[in-house]
Design a protein around this ligand. Structure first.
Ligand code: F3S
Length: 425
């Protein structure tokens, strides 16, 4: 193991000067630093914690959090939470049982006791108060947010685990290795895309065909800017570019384990550093078609009717909520529709009247959770449709549901008519 340099303050934390909760956190951070060969720790400006749903935590996880909170551990940098397994103040309406809700509430209370802000969203980069700046060091544990922060915002974070992110928040530092270092931000794979990539679902399909072939590599997309509108000044609204990029990143992180991609002439570091960001012996990957992705992601082609249409993975942006509201305005849904989003985004959308339009059609704009981390089978959902690549990856495996995958228009049409592609059952 490499020699790890700790400051006097860090060494004191390790020796218990700030109590057992901080000591436990510093033990985790220092151990990881040694395992990964970090020379020292780097201060972080923001932490995002994953593994919040009781579905993932289980009783042992809830107990672990409560014990840590009882030891007096408190976060020392702004820290936010991933989605929980239910909407926190509307779980009865969602059909969630008390046996699930009660430990879920205890888990969130433990985080709050430690000073964590209970945002319950996987899109901290859409929150006006938390958007990282270029070069900021973070400890984020949500893989879709990690890749967005690294790639689109040029902030710096590794893919933290739930406990390591919480430990980083408590000590305000994370090991300096991986994506915190310039050298690790250079591309190992150059991707050339030779087929049209037109909408969010296509970007999800692209994430499948690339993600399955690249593992943890850092990517350089040579020509993807041709399929992207300009990046807006304010990325917290989403917009056509932001929505495509959030879907692409989430899928690359789910089908592969990618934490950083560059788009030539487009993303911040690629614009400034150009092809100097490509490693000398980078592999070349040519994508000729998205058809193989659609064949796998649109997994259950015999399925004509779905129990739930779910949009918002990662959590829906304002622009996505606006599009859905305009598509269902004045109409009546035949199938259950969840637009999953952050509480703050829902409030902004409500001010614009978009939430009311979706609710008037019979849909729900659901905060705090999503169709992967909620116990959907227990509330009667056995099949879904989505336009989100990560949802198509995780929901069949994590929630044991059947899946249809397609464009936003196909999904909303299915919600309105009750039939996928208008096909009779
Ligand atoms: Fe977020 Fe749930 Fe997708 S946590 S990224 S909406 S699987």
């Amino acid at each position: 193991m490499a020699e790890l340099r700790l400051t006097a303050e860090e060494q004191a934390m390790l020796e218990g000067a700030e109590g057992p909760g901080v000591q436990r956190a510093m033990e985790i951070v220092a151990t990881l630093a040694r395992i990964y060969g970090a020379a020292d720790l780097v201060p972080v400006s923001h932490v995002q914690i994953s593994g919040v749903s009781y579905k993932n935590l289980g009783d042992a996880g809830v107990q672990f959090l409560r014990e840590w909170a009882a030891q007096g551990a408190v976060v020392r940098v702004p820290t936010t939470l991933n989605p929980a397994g239910m909407e926190m103040d509307r779980w009865q309406e969602m059909g969630i049982s008390p046996a699930f809700a009660e430990p879920q509430i205890k888990a969130v209370e433990a985080f709050v006791q430690m000073g964590v802000t209970p945002t319950m969203s996987c899109t901290p980069y859409l929150f006006p108060d938390y958007v990282p700046r270029r070069g900021d060091h973070l400890a984020w544990a949500e893989s879709s947010a990690v890749i967005f922060a690294n790639s689109i915002l040029a902030a710096r974070t590794n893919r933290e685990g739930g406990p390591s992110a919480l430990a980083a928040a408590i000590v305000g530092r994370t090991p300096r290795f991986g994506y915190h270092l310039d050298e690790e931000r250079r591309a190992d794979v150059v991707v050339e895309v030779r087929c049209p990539v037109r909408d969010v679902a296509d970007f999800g399909a692209l994430s499948y065909v690339v993600g399955k072939q690249v593992g943890t590599s850092c990517l350089w997309f040579a020509d993807l800017a041709d399929w992207l509108p300009p990046l807006p000044e304010d990325l917290t609204v989403g917009g056509p570019a932001g929505d495509r990029l959030k879907t692409l990143g989430a899928g690359l992180a789910a089908y592969g384990a990618v934490a950083l991609f560059h788009v030539a002439g487009y993303t911040p570091e690629a614009r400034d550093l150009g092809e100097a960001l490509i490693k000398p012996h980078a592999r070349r990957l040519v994508i000729e078609s998205l058809d193989p992705a659609y064949k796998i992601m649109d997994a259950d082609r015999d399925l004509r009717q779905v129990d739930l249409v779910t949009i918002g993975c990662p959590h829906a942006s304002l622009s996505e909520i606006q599009q859905i509201a305009e598509m269902v305005q004045g109409r009546r849904l035949a199938t259950r529709l969840w637009v999953t989003t952050a509480r703050i985004t829902r409030e902004r959308a409500r001010e614009a009247g978009w939430v009311q339009a979706i609710e008037a059609a019979g849909g729900e704009v659901v905060a705090d959770t999503c169709a992967v981390v909620a116990p959907v089978r227990a509330i009667g959902i056995a099949s879904m449709a989505t336009n989100a690549g990560k949802m198509a990856c995780y929901a069949p495996a994590h929630s044991k549901v059947k899946m249809r995958y397609g464009s936003l228009e196909q999904c909303i049409e299915a919600a309105l008519t009750g039939l996928w592609n208008g096909e009779a059952p």
